[in-house]
Design a binder for this molecule. Structure first.
Ligand code: UTP
Length: 413
């Protein structure tokens, strides 16, 4: 790589009012100096400016939100055989790939390794990654064909994740069908919009959210490979729902039969107030509307039979038509500004791990991709059978609740 010039970086930083990033430059070895300059040279200043400006502006743009409903269990049951046959046909022809989003930091769980390495077993080891692979293996066995699996990691957890899979012989999956790729990183800023230093020679970078998965997958060179292999559908799912069914034939078949650009697995909300994103229509297009974007009236709206109209929460398990993902590839996703605890250097140059949020991270979210599609099939699944997220250390959506649900579903833990 060409040497990066100190003067050039200095002038950019001075223009951006971010010269503090060079505060310790003089204390570093020439190698570390170069590494720091290199890191700074990758910062997208437009992103930082736009994001910090948007954060202080009002976001009160008027959107027209309407219910979208869902394909409910009763209909799925009625058309089960038709959907299953269609799904199996696509799976056997290896037209359906899957992308595991495992680049997050899992800060709420407070586990210092990649979340998928968490052992959810009680009497025997059962890692989160292993649960997901086991679930996908059911489909592989039923279809008699491997599902190409792409695993997104980040710079922070890539080596540990890949080593873990190797060490455990990919939990019985054929490694020829597993591909790892890294997502991009974005700098973190303090409340004044200043990029933070994590060490004297390093700016604070964190994974840029789960919305960048498709562009990162393409950048890693897998789009061409998928096109050559004839993949037409790609599902994307989170690392932390240990009960989720991935690419199960009935679901795949239902989405294909619907003619929609994508589908998403949804669960019936436990109450109108449940804090979960809901698949709706926004300005005529499918969208996931967060619980805080809904008024009380909307949350409680019912049809003539008394059923809630905004009744289906998303589970982060979507199936996209690859062609449509290609079409929207060049479109920018909206940036979400998330308050987080960000390790930083204090005024004495000491590294600090804060106990409370102290700045912002910038994230793209996969849910925004739904709004770029023309149509989406919300597909109902039984909550107790397919939804056991491991988000928190204790309480709701925690290790304990997930263990209970695994047991209820007959999984030996
Ligand atoms: P979450 O929204 O739960 O974020 O991710 P997180 O970083 O894992 O956890 P917290 O909020 O810090 O506790 C939902 C899914 O998106 C993936 C996660 O790995 C998980 O599968 N994700 C999230 C990424 O792949 N990259 C990211 O940058 C963020």
């Amino acid at each position: 790589m060409a040497t990066i010039n100190y003067e050039d970086i200095y002038s950019v930083l001075s223009e951006q009012d971010q010269l503090h990033l060079l505060k310790y430059y003089g204390e570093l070895t020439p190698e570390r100096q170069q590494a720091l300059l290199e890191q700074i040279s990758t910062i997208d200043w437009d992103l930082i400016r736009t994001a910090t400006q948007t954060s202080s502006e009002s976001k009160e743009d008027k959107k027209k939100i309407e219910p979208l409903g869902a394909m409910e269990l009763s209909e799925i049951e009625k058309r089960h055989d038709e959907f299953e046959a269609l799904g199996l046909e696509a799976l056997r022809a290896q037209k359906v790939g899957a992308v595991l989003l495992a680049g997050g930091q899992g800060t709420r769980l407070g586990f210092d390794k990649p979340k998928g390495m968490f052992n959810i077993g009680v009497t025997k080891p059962l890692y989160i990654f292993q649960c997901l692979i086991n679930n996908l293996m059911d489909v592989v066995k039923q279809a008699g064909a491997w599902v190409p699996l792409y695993i997104m990691t980040s710079q922070k957890n890539h080596d540990e994740t890949t080593a873990f899979f190797r060490e455990h012989q990919y939990f019985g999956y054929d490694p020829a069908y597993i591909h790892f790729f890294k997502q991009d990183m974005a700098p973190s800023v303090d409340y004044n919009g200043k990029v933070m230093l994590e060490a004297k020679d390093r700016i604070s970078l964190s994974p840029n959210g789960n919305g960048g998965w498709f562009s990162s997958l393409c950048r890693a060179g897998y789009l061409k490979e998928m096109q050559e292999k004839g993949i037409e559908w790609l599902s994307v799912f989170s690392v932390d729902n240990v009960l989720q069914r991935i690419n199960d034939p009935v679901y795949v078949g239902a989405v294909i039969a619907s003619g929609c650009d994508c589908g998403g697995k949804v669960v019936r909300k436990v109450s109108p107030e449940e804090r979960v994103g809901v698949l709706c229509k926004e300005d005529g297009k499918p969208a996931i509307v967060e619980y805080y974007e809904m008024t009380d009236d909307m949350r409680n709206l019912r049809d003539e039979n008394g059923n809630l109209l905004y009744n289906f929460g998303v589970t982060l398990n979507y199936l996209f038509r690859l062609k449509r993902l290609e079409d929207i590839r060049s479109q920018k996703l909206p940036i979400h500004i998330v308050e987080k605890k960000i390790p930083y250097l204090d005024e004495n140059g000491k590294e600090v791990k804060p106990e409370a949020p102290n700045g912002y991270k910038f994230e793209d979210l996969v849910l925004d991709m739904i709004h770029m599609m023309d149509s989406c099939l919300p597909y109902e699944v039984i909550r107790e059978k397919e939804f056991a997220p491991v988000k928190n250390k204790e309480g709701a959506d925690s290790v304990d609740t997930a263990r209970e649900l695994l047991k209820k579903n007959g999984v030996q833990i």
